[in-house]
Design a protein around this ligand. Structure first.
Ligand SMILES: [Zn+2]
Ligand SMILES: [Zn+2]
Length: 188
């Protein structure tokens, strides 16, 4: 799959962001600026000035729109959603090697508001997935009581569950049973 390390990192941030909503995990994980600030710090999101209530509202809105890309019925619909998100963010691609990182591209405008920053970076990461013909890797967890999303970066696109502890365990248990069955077959 032709996606870069930068895109992969952005997809990790995207999935974490989408799974903070009450829809995804039962309770709002970004109820206030403290939680949002911790997210920004944890991912070392650069050029973010002090956060306000408007930033929190913008991130909540963005989260809803980006999630729609995961449930799009067609690639055309996904592309339109991504285009709308990225266009509204006012992107200005530029090369940078800040903080001793290798040269990479920032899509967000310098010191953009956090919502626009994330819309540009995460929207472009989704654009690269669509461009690579890999939209089917944008998945919703198959556990019946789980609405989290994930990006399946496995080689054979076989991933079915999000990596929350509960759903991950389901997967491990299923894999363990499958291995046991396989061993029973091979030794019996
Ligand atoms: Zn950077
Ligand atoms: Zn799950």
């Amino acid at each position: 799959m032709l996606i870069t390390h930068d895109t992969e990192c952005a997809l990790g941030i995207l999935v974490e962001l989408l799974n903070t909503s009450a829809d995804a995990c039962g309770s709002e994980q970004f109820p206030d600026l403290t939680a949002l600030g911790a997210f920004v710090a944890r991912h070392r999101i650069s050029e973010v000035d002090s956060l306000t209530a408007a930033d929190l509202a913008a991130v909540h809105r963005l989260r809803t729109r980006l999630r729609e890309v995961f449930s799009a019925d067609s690639t055309v619909q996904a592309a339109e959603l991504v285009n709308a998100v990225v266009a509204a963010a006012g992107t200005t691609p530029r090369l940078t090697n800040h903080d001793q990182h290798d040269w990479h591209i920032h899509y967000f405008a310098p010191h953009a508001a956090l919502g626009d920053h994330l819309a540009a970076e995460l929207g472009m990461a989704l654009a690269f997935i669509v461009m690579a013909g890999e939209r089917e890797r944008l998945r919703r967890c198959e556990a019946p009581d789980c609405a989290r999303v994930f990006v399946d970066l496995s080689r054979n696109r076989s991933r079915r569950y999000c990596d929350s502890r509960t759903c991950g365990n389901r997967l491990h248990v299923a894999a363990y049973r499958a291995r046991q069955r396989a061993e029973t077959v091979s030794t019996g």
